[in-house]
Design a protein around this ligand. Structure first.
Ligand SMILES: *Cc1c(COP(=O)(O)O)cnc(C)c1O
Length: 634
C-alpha cells in the first residue's frame, strides 16, 4: 500500500482525536487506509480490519448491529494480569503464589468463559459465582485441579447442596459466609455431608471504594461480616469441629475503583484481619482481594469515574506489597493471593458495530440566497451574516438574536411570508455557526457559545438500542469509547450526539470520553447517501452482555467471534440475534397464536370484501416472515 505523509498524519490525528492510545490499551489501531483494526496480540502490528469483517458478515446475511468478540483479547488480558502479579511476587520476594478467580457474573457467555479458562489454565484460574445457576455452570466447567470455585451470594439449602455436589466431584469449592445467618445453613449442611466444602468469610471493611460502585464496600454495605460477627461465626464453627475448614478471607469494595489509595487501604485492612486470625489459631491460607481493578475508559489516567489513576502493574504491586508488609510485621505466613478481577479481563474483548441510519440535522447553517424582495429584517440578518468576523462575532451574534426576535414578532403579526421566515432562520443559524467557530479562537470560550455549539450538533440515528447493548450508560451514565471504524483517513467535519432507534428519549448518547473533559458530541464524518457509515462502541465486554433489556422489543444482537490466525482473521461461532418472535415470547406471546389471530382477521377481511381472497395467503406469509426477522432495522 502506498501511503502518503498526509494520510499518515490524518490517521495519527484520528487516533489522537478518538483517544485510542488512552483507552485502547494496545488492542486497537488505525490502519493506513483509515480502517479501525483490533490487534488481539497485545500491541503487535497484526490486526483485524473491523470494516472488512463487518462487510463480510453483511454479505453472509448478518448485518449490523453486530457484536464482535475477540477471545484472544481475553486470553491476552489473563496473561497481563497474571504476569503483573508474578512480577510483583518476584520483585518483593513474596513467599506464596497468586491465582486469578473470574467472577462469572461479569460475563457468563460460554465463549467468553471458555476463552478465560483456556487462557487461565496454566495459572490455575478459578471462578467466583454469586448464585446457584452460576454455581451449576462452574461445577461443570473444566477447571485446573487447584482452581477455586468461590461461592458468594445468598445461600439457601439448594445452593449449599450444589456446593456439596461440586465438592464431591473433586472441585475446590469455598462457601463464603457473607451474612451472619448463613452459618446456620452451613452447620446444618455439615450434619448431613461427609465431605464439606471449604469455608471463607467476606469481610465488611472500614475501607471503602470509590467511583460509581462505591456502595459495595464500607460499614453500611449490603455484604460482609463485621468483626464481631466474624468472631461469633468462628466460635460456632469451632463448636462444631469445623475450624479446619476455614480457608479464605474475602473482600470486595466495589467495581471500577478509580483510586489506588482505596485499594491499598482495603488490602492492608484485610491483611491485618488475616494475620490476626492466624494469631488466634485459625489456619487460614487464602486471601482474596475481590474485584475492582478498573479500566481506563476515557484514557485520562485520572480518578474520574470513567478512568483509573493506576496501572495493572501498580495494582498488583500494591496488593502483593501490602499483604507482605502486614504479614512481616505480624510474623505470620503470607497467604496465597487471589483476585476476582472481572472487568479488567473482559471489557476490551467485545465491540458493537452499528450503522448510522441518517441524521437529524441540528440546524443547517447554509443560508438560503435572498431574492431582494424580502422585508428589511431579513436583509438586516443577511448583512450581519456577511459582516461577522473574528473580532466582532460576539456583538454581531447578539445583533442577530435581536433581528431574529423581531422577525418572529413580525411573522406572528402576519407580516412575513413563510419563505421569509425560512430565509431569516437560515441566516440566523449561519451567524451562530460562524460565531461558534470564531469563539474557539478565544482563550476562554464563553458559556453562551458552548451552549450554542451543542444546539448546532447533529443527531446521528444509530441502528441499536442503548437499553439492550449499553445498559450501564443508561443506568449509571457510564461512558464507553465510541468511534467510526472507517474513513479515519478523512477529517470528520460534523459533530453529533447519537440516538438509538427506541422511542425513549433516554436512548441517546450525548456524553463522550475525552482525555481532558467529557464531550457532549462526537466528531463524525458527513454521511454520504447510499454509503453505510459504521460506528463502534468499544470496551463492552464487561457487564453489558447480561444486563441488557428488551425495550421496544429490540432483542439480542447478532454476534460473531473473530480470531486472528496465521492466515488472517477467521470468523467463527456466528450467533444470530433474536428474531421478533423470540423477543415477543419473553412477554408471553406465542408466534403461532399471533399468526392464528392474523389468519382469522384476514378471513374476516375476505368475508367483508376488504381483502381479495387470493391476497390473504400472501399477507399471512408476510406476517409470518416478519416475525422471524431480526428486530433491528433492515
Ligand atoms: C462483581 C464482583 C466482582 C467483579 O468486580 P470487577 O470490578 O469487575 O473486577 C468481584 N467479586 C465480587 C464478589 C463481585 O460481586
Amino acid at each position: 500500500m502506498n501511503v502518503s505523509v498526509t494520510d499518515r498524519f490524518k490517521v495519527a490525528h484520528a487516533a489522537e482525536l478518538y483517544g485510542l492510545e488512552g483507552w485502547g490499551d494496545g488492542y486497537f489501531a488505525i490502519r493506513p487506509d483509515g480502517h479501525l483494526a483490533v490487534t488481539p496480540h497485545h500491541g503487535s502490528d497484526l490486526g483485524v480490519d473491523l470494516y472488512e469483517i463487518v462487510c463480510k458478515l453483511k454479505g453472509q446475511g448478518i448485518p449490523t448491529p453486530v457484536l464482535l468478540r475477540f477471545p484472544q483479547v481475553v486470553i491476552s488480558q489473563v496473561e497481563r494480569l497474571t504476569a503483573a502479579f508474578q512480577r510483583a511476587i518476584d520483585e518483593y520476594e513474596y513467599a506464596n503464589r497468586y491465582a486469578p478467580v473470574f467472577p462469572i457474573k461479569v460475563n457468563q457467555q460460554r465463549a467468553v468463559v471458555e476463552a478465560l479458562l483456556r487462557g487461565g489454565q496454566p495459572f490455575g484460574m478459578g471462578l467466583e459465582v454469586g448464585s446457584r445457576p452460576e454455581l451449576l455452570v462452574a461445577a461443570a466447567l473444566p477447571l485446573a485441579d487447584e482452581a477455586l470455585i468461590v461461592c458468594n451470594g445468598f445461600k439457601d439449602e439448594e445452593y449449599l447442596a450444589s456446593a456439596a455436589l461440586a465438592t464431591r466431584l473433586g472441585r475446590r469449592v469455598i462457601v463464603v459466609i457473607e451474612k451472619p445467618f448463613e452459618i446456620d445453613a452451613v452447620l446444618e449442611m455439615a450434619r448431613s455431608e461427609d465431605r464439606m466444602p471449604l469455608i471463607g468469610f467476606r469481610l465488611r471493611l472500614q475501607a471503602r471504594g470509590s467511583g460509581l460502585w462505591e456502595k459495595s464496600g464500607g460499614v453500611a454495605s449490603k455484604f460482609g461480616l463485621t468483626t464481631r460477627q466474624l468472631l461469633a461465626c468462628l466460635e460456632r464453627l469451632r463448636g462444631a469441629g469445623l475450624e479446619d475448614s476455614v480457608a479464605l478471607l474475602h473482600f470486595h469494595i466495589g467495581s471500577q475503583i478509580t483510586e489506588i489509595r482505596k485499594i491499598k487501604n482495603a488490602v492492608q485492612e484485610a491483611a491485618r484481619v488475616y494475620a490476626k486470625m492466624r494469631e488466634i489459631g485459625v489456619d487460614i491460607r487464602y486471601l482474596d482481594v475481590g474485584g475492582g481493578l478498573g479500566i481506563d475508559y476515557d484514557g485520562s489516567r485520572t480518578s474520574s469515574d470513567a478512568s483509573v489513576n493506576y496501572s495493572v502493574q501498580e495494582y498488583a504491586n500494591d496488593v502483593v506489597f501490602g499483604i507482605k508488609e502486614v504479614c512481616e510485621q505480624e510474623d505470620v505466613e503470607p497467604p496465597m493471593i487471589f483476585s476476582e478481577s472481572g472487568r479488567m479481563l473482559v471489557a476490551h474483548h467485545s465491540v458493537l458495530v452499528t450503522d448510522v441510519r441518517g441524521s437529524i440535522a441540528g440546524v443547517d447553517p447554509t443560508p438560503i440566497p435572498l431574492d431582494g424582495d424580502e422585508s428589511q429584517v431579513v436583509q438586516d440578518l443577511a448583512e450581519v451574516a456577511k459582516m461577522i468576523n473574528v473580532k466582532n462575532y460576539r456583538e454581531f451574534y447578539h445583533d442577530a438574536i435581536d433581528y431574529r426576535d423581531q422577525m418572529y414578532q413580525l411573522f406572528n403579526l402576519g407580516m412575513l411570508r413563510l419563505d421569509e421566515r425560512a430565509k431569516a432562520e437560515s441566516l440566523f443559524w449561519s451567524v451562530a455557526d460562524k460565531a461558534v467557530r470564531y469563539s474557539k479562537t478565544a482563550k476562554f470560550v464563553a458559556e453562551e457559545f458552548l451552549e450554542l455549539e451543542s444546539r448546532l450538533h447533529d443527531k446521528y440515528i444509530c441502528n441499536f438500542s442503548v437499553f439492550q447493548s449499553l445498559p450501564d450508560h443508561w443506568a449509571l451514565d457510564q461512558l464507553f469509547p465510541v468511534m467510526p471504524i472507517h474513513r479515519l483517513d478523512e477529517s470528520p467535519t460534523r459533530r453529533a450526539s447519537l440516538v438509538d432507534i427506541t422511542c425513549d428519549s433516554d436512548g441517546e448518547i450525548d456524553k463522550f470520553v475525552d482525555r481532558n473533559e467529557i464531550k457532549d458530541s462526537l466528531e463524525v464524518h458527513k454521511l454520504i447517501p447510499g454509503q453505510p457509515y459504521y460506528l463502534a462502541f468499544m470496551l463492552l465486554g464487561a457487564y453489558q452482555d447480561t444486563m441488557g433489556d428488551l425495550h421496544n422489543l429490540f432483542g439480542r444482537v447478532h454476534e460473531a467471534e473473530v480470531v486472528l490466525g496465521n492466515q488472517g482473521p477467521e470468523v467463527r461461532r456466528v450467533a444470530r440475534g433474536e428474531p421478533a418472535s423470540e423477543a415477543l415470547r419473553w412477554f408471553g406471546y406465542d408466534a403461532d397464536e399471533l399468526v392464528e389471530g392474523i389468519r382469522q382477521s384476514l378471513e374476516g377481511g375476505v368475508a367483508a370484501s376488504r381483502i381479495a381472497a387470493e391476497e390473504a395467503p400472501t399477507l399471512l406469509e408476510d406476517y409470518r416472515a416478519r416475525l422471524a426477522q431480526y428486530t433491528y432495522l433492515d
